[in-house]
Design a protein around this ligand. Structure first.
Ligand code: TYC
Length: 101
């Protein structure tokens, strides 16, 4: 039997991963009134009238627009709340989320 002692070489990784940020995306539809989209953007995403109007018009013209970027749980909560605000009025307004690259 060999008497050679083998030292375990276990390294502890101390790297902490930064949580990935998630985008909240506004999706265009043909039914939600423009003014209502602006209202929701101002209320849920603390935008002023100009910012909200620009985001709404970008989604209107291009189909989607990134509204803001947050930690995943905040992005999902805000997207859900904003979508529900439309649902309560009977509009198909939709906010989705996706991880940032
Ligand atoms: N396209 C809608 C209209 O013409 C307005 C609208 C804009 C709806 C952006 C949703 O994400 C949206 N009334």
């Amino acid at each position: 039997m060999s008497d050679i002692a083998i030292k375990p070489r276990t390294k502890v990784k101390t790297k902490t991963q930064k949580p990935r940020l998630h985008k909240v995306i506004l999706v265009n539809d043909d039914y939600t009134p423009r003014e209502f989209v602006v209202l929701v953007l101002k209320a849920e995403f603390r935008m002023n009238e100009d910012e909200a109007y620009r985001v709404m018009m970008t989604a209107h013209r291009r189909g989607v627009c990134v509204v803001a970027v947050y930690a995943q749980d905040i992005a999902e909560t805000k997207a859900t709340r904003a979508t529900e605000a439309g649902r309560r009025k009977g509009y198909p307004l939709l906010f989705t989320t996706e991880p940032e690259e």
